[in-house]
Design a protein around this ligand. Sequence first.
Ligand code: EAX
Length: 323
Amino acid sequence: MKFSKLLIGLSLGLGFIAAASAQTTMKISISTAQNSHQGVAIDTFAREVEKRTGGRYKVQTFYNGALGGERESIEAVQLGTQELAFSSTGPIPNFVPETKILDVPFLFRDKAHARAVLDGPIGQEMLGKFDAKGFKALAWAENGFRHMTNSKRDVKDPTDLKGLKMRTMENPVHIAAYKGFGIITTPMAFPEVFTALQQGTVDGQENPLPVIISAKFDQVQKHLTLTGHVYSPCIFVMNKASFDKLSAADKQAFLDAAKEGTKVNRARVDEDDAKGVADLRAKGMTVIDNVDKAKFVAALAPVNAEFEKQFGKANLDKIRNYK
Ligand code: EAX
């Protein structure tokens, strides 16, 4: 009798402890390395979620495409088999077509312009478009201005791009634009890119300095040109049902944690941009950092005319002229 009472008491006590420390674990992934602008974004996010929810939510972080490439991770978030992902906008138009406009070449003057648009009404309205597709978009973050690398030759002029076989993201805007340069485009998920460059399956690729550095592309690419042809946003996305289940306070905690992640992420992009060229030169890359951008813009005039038809000139101008 006494013994069974003790047992009941014990199990009640244990049950209480278990309830008090109930912890939900979620997953978030990136396709780049932990030591990168994306790594610091999700590490900061995970830490902030845990802190701001009193440890009730724990976010497990996965790097280097361990859970798949960006398209696969977005798909997993949409299905709910993975709660969270941090991704470039590369594959996102396949899920939320409204985001396609952000990857139009030479749309943003500089990072300050891009950040202002994303954090302002245009960007915030676009975050709302994710809801209908099964996502909660928590915050914009940054991949950076994309530049071209290849193993064949110095690209000083847009005509130097003709005939280069380059890996592109799985993004229709990128593919159309690079074809406009005369590039032979090969869409491919990021985790496959290093090997494709190493084996010569493709001659080149294009990515922001923080990606080129963290992926060690200098080991397999000789020539870098600072074309800055596309500004590449990143985004924190969450499965909508997982977000909706949170209490109001926890929702705010996740949103705030993503904002903290973005702050650290953008600061790291600035840092990598500031020292990237010197670093990559020291590692043996030839860096062309004084291209005549107007020539690259001019080379894309026919493609841009297409984009103006597709997206509406007024919509593009609204972004271009945003102050
Ligand atoms: O998000 O696929 C890409 O080139 C992306 O820029 C890269 O995965 C970083």
